[in-house]
Design a binder for this molecule. Structure first.
Ligand SMILES: Cc1cc2nc3c(=O)[nH]c(=O)nc-3n(C[C@H](O)[C@H](O)[C@H](O)COP(=O)(O)O)c2cc1C
Length: 215
């Protein structure tokens, strides 16, 4: 995971000093996330899979798993197709919720925030690092639109490969990153007898406030 070192401007109002160490919390939500992630990745096969929930223009919610690609300047990064359902949702309503569940350590982390498209340069840099098959698949897909068969998709892929003739695959205009700036983090640990521990960091102007929530 890419580390962020942009913590200097974050001040935290803490009412729970005694609970911090016991529940692996740091006074900064980003540092807590990195700590929990580091603990989970020792045992979790898909530590980078996160559920991403968006709401469309009619208020209909949808979620799907995406790959978490790191923190950049205190923003959560993911990549997708800008023609997809989720991209249409985010472009009209930038409020997005992420959720990680790591069963081996019994942690859940829910993050809510506002997402926007990354710069072309940022998207291109990551696109170049992907393997060629992933680049080709991204280039030919109109993600979330209907297609009659897998065969048609493979034909589309074949035609595109022929056209490219071994040339580099450019990052398509319809593909790129999103950066999510969090306004809330909820850290959840399964507890005995269903008395779970839940800690909510909520952003209040430039401060983060921490509260324990009832299970
Ligand atoms: C573990 C996992 C990781 C995935 N990662 C991505 C990803 O990083 N980007 C992406 O566009 N789709 C990814 N997908 C596919 C999405 O879940 C989803 O099917 C696709 O993005 C279309 O979603 P939409 O129609 O809601 O926009 C992933 C699926 C799984 C199961």
């Amino acid at each position: 995971m890419t580390k962020t070192d942009d913590y200097q401007n974050i001040q935290v109002g803490i009412e729970l000093k005694d609970s911090l160490e016991e529940f692996f919390l740091e006074s900064c939500p980003f540092k807590t996330f990195e700590k929990w992630y580091a603990m989970a990745e020792k045992t979790e096969a898909n530590v980078d899979a996160m559920s991403v929930a968006t709401v469309d223009v009619l208020g209909v919610p949808r979620n799907r798993f995406l790959l978490f690609k790191g923190l950049m300047n205190s923003q959560f990064v993911f990549y997708t197709n800008y023609l997809s359902q989720k991209a249409q949702d985010i472009d009209q309503n930038p409020h997005v919720s992420l959720n990680f569940f790591w069963s081996t350590v019994k942690f859940q982390v829910r993050i809510t925030g506002v997402a926007h498209r990354s710069s072309r340069e940022f998207s291109r840099d990551y696109f170049r690092s992907r393997d060629r098959d992933s680049q080709l698949a991204s280039a030919i897909s109109r993600q979330s639109s209907a297609i009659s068969s897998r065969k048609e998709l493979l034909e589309k892929l074949g035609e595109f490969k022929l056209l490219l003739n071994n040339k580099e695959v450019d990052c398509p205009e319809h593909w790129g990153g999103y950066l999510l700036t969090p306004t809330e983090f909820e850290f959840f640990i399964y507890g005995e007898h269903r008395i779970n521990d839940r800690f909510l960091f909520k952003k209040n102007e430039s401060n983060w406030n921490l509260q324990r929530l009832q299970p």
